[in-house]
Design a protein around this ligand. Structure first.
Ligand code: GLU
Length: 434
C-alpha cells in the first residue's frame, strides 16, 4: 500500500457538476469506489478486476398469461465478484429494472457482504415486469421460467438468491422448488428468505429493519444523542421501513412520519406504529390512515427530525433536495438512496450518513445465518439469531467508524475502503488464474 497512486485510479470522469448521469446507479457506485480505491492506493490491476462484473446473464422469460397469450419478459442475473464465496443477492421484479441497475446492485452486494465480513460474493437479479399486473399463477410461471433460465449459476456453493423489491418468501419457495426439481432432491440452501417452515431462518424477515435500528442507535450515540430523544422520519413502509420504524419506536424514538406509494403521513406527537402496522396488514397500503396529516414525499425527506431512514428505492436524495435535508443522521435502509452529488452536499452540512452497504446489511447477514442453518440442518432460536446479528452489526459499525476516523473520510467512503480492502486481500492471496 506504500506505492504511489497509479494509473488505474486516475479515471477521467466528467466534472462532478456537469455529470449528467447523476442517477445512473452503476456510475454512482463507481464514484464512491474510485474515491475509496484511491485512498487505499489500490493496485491498478486489481482496480481493473474489481471494476468489472464477473458474469452478466440476460435471459428471455416467456410465459403463458392466464388469457392464453404469450408474454416475453427479460431477466438478468449479474455475479459481480465471487472471490470471497458464493454470489449472494436478491432478485427484484420491477418494470424499471435495467442491466445497469442490476450491475450496481450486484456490486453493492459484494461490498456489503465484505463490510459485515460474511463469506459471500455479490450478485443481483431482476426481471423487467410489473408483478402488480399479474395473477399469482402468472407470477409463479415468471419465477420458475426465470429460475430455469439462470439455473446453471444457481447453487448453495455458487449463487444464492434472496428477496428484493417485489419478491418475497413465496417467490423464494418457488425458486427453491424449481431448482430442487432439476437436481432431483431438495436443496434448501439455494435461496434465503424462504418461509420458516421450509428452512427459512427465524428473524430473517425483520433482519434488515433490525440492522437499521442497531446502527442508528450507534450513530446517535457517536453524536452524543439517544434513541429515546430521537425524532424519526421513514420513507417507505415495506419490509425494511416498517420494521425499522417499529423497532426504533420500541427503543423510545418518536416516529414523526412514514410513507409509501400512496403518500406520506405525519403526526408531530409521534405515530402509533403498531396501529399503522395493523392498518397496512389489512389494506396493504397507508392511504386513508386517519390518525395523521398527509404531507408530500419531499416534505418527509426534508422534515425537521434527527433521523431520516430512506427505505424505498434508489436516487431519492439528489443534488436537488440534499441541501434541504435537516436530519442529523441518515440511515440508508434502501440500496443507493443517495446520489454521489448529494453525498458531497450532505457532508458539507455535517449530516452523518450510515451508508447502505452497512445500514441495510442486516438482511444479508441473517441470510448468511439461514444458509449456515440449512447446510448444517440445525436451526437456531430467534434470540440466538438476533444476538448474533447485533454482534455483527455493532462490530461492523465500529470498524467502519474506526476507518472513518483514521482516514478522515465519511462513513460511506470508509465502508467502501473496508470492503474493497477485504475483497482485494482475497484476490491477492488467491492470485491470478491465467
Ligand atoms: N436484497 C437484500 C439486499 O439488498 C438481501 C440480499 C440477501 O439476503 O441475499 O441486501
Amino acid at each position: 500500500m506504500s506505492e504511489p497512486v497509479m494509473g488505474a485510479t486516475e479515471v477521467i470522469r466528467p466534472d462532478k457538476e456537469t455529470f449528467l448521469a447523476e442517477e445512473n446507479p452503476f456510475e454512482s457506485m463507481m464514484e464512491r469506489f474510485d474515491d475509496a480505491a484511491k485512498l487505499l492506493e489500490l493496485d491498478p490491476g486489481l482496480y481493473k478486476v474489481l471494476r468489472t462484473p464477473e458474469k452478466q446473464i440476460i435471459v428471455a422469460v416467456p410465459i403463458l398469461r392466464d388469457s392464453g397469450e404469450v408474454e416475453v419478459y427479460t431477466g438478468y442475473r449479474v455475479l459481480y465478484n465471487t472471490s470471497r464465496g458464493p454470489a449472494k443477492g436478491g432478485i427484484r421484479f420491477d418494470s424499471a429494472v435495467t442491466l445497469e441497475e442490476v450491475k450496481a446492485l450486484a456490486a453493492w452486494m459484494t461490498w456489503k457482504c465484505a463490510v459485515v465480513n460474511i463469506p459471500f460474493g455479490g450478485a443481483k437479479g431482476g426481471v423487467v415486469c410489473d408483478p402488480n399486473e399479474m395473477t399469482l399463477a402468472e407470477l409463479e410461471r415468471v419465477t420458475r421460467r426465470y429460475t430455469s433460465g439462470i439455473i446453471d449459476t444457481l447453487g448453495p456453493d455458487s449463487d444464492v438468491p434472496a428477496p428484493d423489491v417485489n419478491t418475497n418468501e413465496r417467490v423464494m419457495a418457488w425458486i427453491m422448488d424449481t431448482y430442487s426439481m432439476h437436481k432431483r432432491h431438495t436443496v434448501t440452501a439455494v435461496v434465503t428468505g424462504k418461509p420458516v417452515v421450509m428452512g427459512g431462518s427465524l428473524g430473517r424477515r425483520e433482519a434488515t429493519g433490525r440492522g437499521c435500528m442497531l446502527v442508528t442507535r450507534q450513530a446517535l450515540a457517536r453524536l452524543g444523542l439517544a434513541m429515546t430523544d430521537a425524532r424519526v422520519a421513514v420513507q417507505g413502509f415495506g419490509n425494511v421501513g416498517s420494521v425499522a420504524a417499529d423497532l426504533m419506536a420500541k427503543e423510545g424514538a418518536r416516529i414523526l412520519a412514514v410513507s409509501d406509494k400512496t403518500g406520506a403521513y405525519f403526526n408531530a406527537k409521534g405515530l402509533d406504529i403498531p396501529d399503522l402496522l395493523a392498518w397496512t396488514a389489512e389494506r396493504r397500503h397507508l392511504r386513508g390512515y386517519p390518525k395523521a396529516e398527509t404531507i408530500t414525499n419531499e416534505e418527509l425527506l426534508t422534515l425537521d427530525c434527527d433521523v431520516l431512514v430512506p427505505a424505498a428505492l434508489e436516487n431519492v436524495i439528489t443534488k436537488k433536495n440534499a441541501v434541504k435535508v435537516r436530519a442529523k443522521v441518515i440511515c440508508e435502509g434502501a440500496n443507493g438512496p443517495t446520489t454521489a452529488l448529494a453525498d458531497d452536499i450532505l457532508e458539507s452540512q455535517g449530516v452523518f450518513v450510515i451508508p447502505d452497504i452497512l445500514a441495510n446489511a442486516g438482511g444479508v447477514t441473517v441470510s448468511y445465518f439461514e444458509w449456515v442453518q440449512d447446510r448444517g440442518g440445525y436451526f437456531w432460536d430467534e434470540e440466538t439469531v438476533n444476538r448474533r446479528l447485533e454482534s455483527i452489526m455493532t462490530r461492523s459499525f465500529d470498524e467502519v467508524a474506526d476507518w472513518s476516523d483514521r482516514y478522515k473520510v465519511n462513513m460511506r467512503i470508509a465502508a467502501y475502503m473496508v470492503a474493497i480492502d477485504r475483497v482485494a486481500t482475497m484476490h491477492k492471496l488467491r492470485g491470478m488464474y491465467a
